[in-house]
Design a protein around this ligand. Structure first.
Ligand SMILES: O=C(O)[C@@H](O)[C@@H](O)[C@H](O)[C@H](O)CO
Ligand SMILES: [Mg+2]
Length: 418
């Protein structure tokens, strides 16, 4: 770009920072991941996660057709300007596909900038606010005793916070209960499976699960639960109230949050902490929730909420209203997202907790990384950048495998929120 000299866009010269190429790597080491790799003239490259579970190829097309051609020749150091170009310049703003594509670019550019500055991403963001990032794991079972066994197993593994999801009597399937004990992969078929749902059965059952868990565990371990968008506000209020004796760390996705006002009704009835936001893509999806303190934790992520640049804006707004971060971290967010998220989590002042569903060993081989689990925390590494790379040869051995998320229907056949 005309008139640029070293220092205007960060480490290295503008020439070094010039974007010379970018490519999308799609792979499926057990599940699908979409990764954007940006190359600069200096040879320094950066990675961003662009995985949108069940809609992966939409983001691939968006990146390849509408984003990458606009990146070539730009200064990789101008992260904000590129973000604004991709957001405002798109005209059709917001939404999961657009914001996941922008997120991948943004994450890769932050990775490049930190590498060129020779520092771990957390230092570029402002330095460590904590040594380790408190994480929660996913324990689930087909019934109360099965779930209790899994919660105890996660406690043995060193987790200090554990999400508990159980099968519900009378229902063939329930959200969050996996066939494979460690790795819950809901996108299990090329076209959506149909799962049946009965909210009343769930509402009458769940307090019994947490009563048993607290009776066995006591109150030291933080317990979480994901309602996964299934309840009406009034039903969520009833559940939150019934769970108060069990001191949950949070009740997540209590009701669909397109209508942010719905949380006011839940808030009036219960002190159970509320978390929401894994499906949000910009600050506009959660502004009223945060400003009216209708929630306690915001679940937005690096990969689905516009990258580090936008997630930082959401966290700053949340900080003003004493809302803490609690980023989504399911297995359908790649290790690239987890790596960047951990640097963000280690810096962000109003940190709450980080979801950590653990990836399979094969996924970790495709995405070598320097973060590690220790005594209930994840510790971000000291490698310059976000600390995650990709083994492209190994990735190429695991091609895309079309999968979609399930749908849910009530007993009368009504299509419901999965
Ligand atoms: O909180 C969670 O981890 C869940 O809501 C996710 O497992 C979610 O169902 C998947 O990420 C959807 O792809
Ligand atoms: Mg969730």
């Amino acid at each position: 770009m005309a008139g640029e000299t070293a220092g205007q866009g960060g480490a290295g010269s503008a020439n070094d920072r010039q974007i010379t190429g970018a490519k999308v790597i799609v792979c499926s080491p057990g599940r699908n991941f979409v990764t954007l790799k940006i190359e600069t003239k200096s040879g320094v490259t950066g990675l961003g996660d662009a995985t949108l579970n069940g809609r992966e190829l939409a983001v691939v097309a968006y990146l390849e057709e509408h984003v990458i051609p606009n990146l070539i020749g730009r200064d990789a150091g101008r992260i904000e300007d590129i973000w604004q170009f991709l957001y405002r310049g798109a005209y059709w703003r917001r939404g999961p596909v657009t914001m996941s594509a922008i997120a991948a670019v943004d994450t890769a550019l932050w990775d490049i900038k930190a590498k060129m500055a020779g520092m771990p991403l957390v230092d570029l963001l402002g330095g460590r606010s904590r040594e380790g990032v408190l994480v929660y794991g996913h324990a689930n079972g087909k019934d109360i005793e099965g779930t209790l066994d899994e919660v105890l197993r996660y406690k043995e593994m060193g987790y200090r916070a554990i999400r508990a999801q159980s099968g519900v009597p009378g229902l063939e399937k329930a959200y969050g209960v996996s066939k494979d004990r460690m790795f819950y992969e809901p996108a299990g078929s090329e076209l959506p499976d149909t799962e049946s749902w009965d909210t009343r059965a769930y509402l009458n059952f769940l307090p019994k699960l947490f009563d048993r868990l607290r009776d066995k565990l006591g109150f030291e371990i933080a317990l979480l639960h994901d309602g996964h968008h299934r309840m009406t506000p009034q039903e969520a209020a009833r559940l939150g109230k019934s769970l108060e004796p069990y001191d949950l760390f949070w009740l997540e996705d209590a009701t669909p949050a397109e209508n942010q006002e719905a949380f006011r009704l839940i808030r009036q009835h219960t002190t159970t902490p509320l978390a929401v936001g894994e499906v949000f893509n910009t600050v506009h999806d959660c502004r009223e929730l945060i400003q009216n303190q209708l929630i306690d934790y915001i679940r937005t992520t690096v990969v689905h909420a516009g990258g580090i640049t936008h997630l930082r804006r959401i966290a700053h707004l949340a900080e003003l209203y004493q809302v803490r971060t609690g980023s989504h971290g399911a297995t359908d967010l790649s290790p690239v997202c987890m790596g960047a998220a951990l640097h963000f989590d280690t810096w962000v002042p109003n940190f709450g907790i980080q979801e950590y569903m653990r990836h399979t060993d094969l996924t970790d081989e495709v995405f070598p990384h320097d973060y590690r689990f220790e005594d209930g925390y994840l510790i971000a590494g000291l490698t310059p950048g976000h600390g995650v790379t990709i083994d492209e040869d190994l990735a190429a051995k695991h091609p895309y495998d079309p999968k979609q998320l399930p749908v849910a229907r009530l007993r009368d056949g009504t299509l419901w929120n999965w």
